[in-house]
Design a protein around this ligand. Structure first.
Ligand SMILES: [Zn+2]
Length: 379
């Protein structure tokens, strides 16, 4: 018999383990955040000071504690070490504790701890370099499908997705939604939209959270994003007084470069075909049992028209991509620098908001959906 006291002790023990495990994984996240954008291996060479190249001993590599005891300076050359390192370790530790408190002792805790560590890497790299690492998102998409299989065989382990079809739905819908938003921005406004890294990011969230998670993360992320964006615009308008159309953004409008990506277009095409098949199967199975046939049929025509439209857009974007190849090869290194500037002026780093939306949905998804349906019922 396990007494209440023993249970409490066990609980506190696991809290401490989550915290320590989080700090260690956070330290590994730091390595990824530094090395992924530079194209370096994350295994070899071992950690070393970027200035004096001295290898960092294990006692100087203890998460959080070492940075504090070294007062944020390299032991050998006294070069200051960014406070970003201990902060990331702290953040990851806190996230791990939150995930443990939500999912307790289960496979879900391990899976979602690693997912949140991946999101930390995505957020930091997107903020610093405006790119989202494929190392995280593509691995995550595959891992998500694997996890859905675990969920199918161990339904009592608290995993959000318990059917591989749900994971595939999420991947396809995630790709489709962001691709469409991206391509519409590019085609209408003739400037780069959100970047195709976000496509893979939302697909990854879809693989872990299903199609409801895709819509949920996108909605929560957009809400937070527009709130933050609103304050940023206010800040620049009234406090820093920078005019909206600066030199850079004018240059951007003349630039004919659309960052359309072949892989993303094909991804979009396949996703729309896949979802069309899914809608057909769904109609066949559920039409008469839940709702009057007329309504379902009308609604499904709308959905299929939308999917056909995305298929059309994917064909258009492959066409644009083909026309772009000669343009891209002409671009020299100078132009690349210019492109970087225009990207800075226009690119909306959506990755952080999307990741935050995904994390919130991971914790409160089912509750949020039932609240939302409740509100709809009242209206
Ligand atoms: Zn050093």
């Amino acid at each position: 018999m396990i007494t209440y006291l023993q249970l409490e002790t066990l609980h506190i023990l696991f809290l401490i383990i989550s915290w320590m495990f989080g700090a260690v994984v956070g330290s590994f996240c730091n390595v990824c955040i530094y090395r992924f954008p530079r194209g370096e291996s994350i295994v070899k060479p071992s950690s070393h000071c970027p200035k004096c190249q001295n290898p960092i001993a294990w006692y100087d590599n203890i998460p959080i504690i070492s940075w504090v005891s070294l007062l944020g300076k390299c032991r050998y050359c006294k070069e200051s070490i960014s406070i970003q390192y201990p902060l990331i370790e702290l953040l990851t530790a806190v996230l791990f504790v939150i995930v443990y408190l939500k999912f307790r002792i289960s496979i879900a805790t391990i899976v979602y701890c690693l997912l949140s560590a991946g999101l930390v890497i995505v957020v930091m790299q997107d903020l610093q370099t405006w790119t989202i690492p494929d190392e995280v998102t593509l691995t995550g998409i595959l891992a998500g499908v694997g996890v859905s299989l675990i969920g199918m065989f161990f339904p009592e382990q608290g995993l959000r997705i318990q059917n591989p079809i749900d994971a595939l739905d999420g991947i396809a819908l995630g790709a489709l939604l962001i691709c469409l938003m991206d391509l519409i921005v590019i085609l209408l406004m003739k400037k780069p939209g959100m970047g195709f890294g976000d496509v893979k990011l939302l697909s990854m969230l879809g693989a872990f959270l299903g199609w409801r998670g895709v819509i949920g993360s996108l909605m929560i992320g957009s809400m937070i994003g527009s709130l933050v964006g609103f304050f940023i615009i206010l800040y620049y308008r009234y406090i820093k007084k920078i005019e909206e159309d600066s030199e850079e953004s004018k240059k951007g409008n003349e630039d004919n470069f659309y960052p359309v990506d072949l892989v993303a277009s094909i991804f979009l095409g396949i996703s729309s075909i896949y979802l069309m098949v899914r809608v057909f199967i769904f109609i066949q199975q559920n039409v008469s049992s839940i709702l009057p046939g007329e309504i379902v049929r009308g609604f499904s025509y709308l959905v299929i028209a939308f999917l056909l439209f995305s298929l059309f857009i994917s064909v258009v974007s492959i066409f644009i991509w083909k026309k772009q190849i000669p343009m891209q090869s002409k671009q020299t290194e100078e132009n690349e620098e210019e492109l970087e500037i225009t990207l800075q002026a226009h690119y909306i780093p959506f990755g952080p908001y999307l990741s935050l939306g995904g994390f919130i949905f991971l914790l409160f998804g089912p509750e949020l959906i039932s609240k939302y349906l409740q509100i709809l019922n009242i209206l």
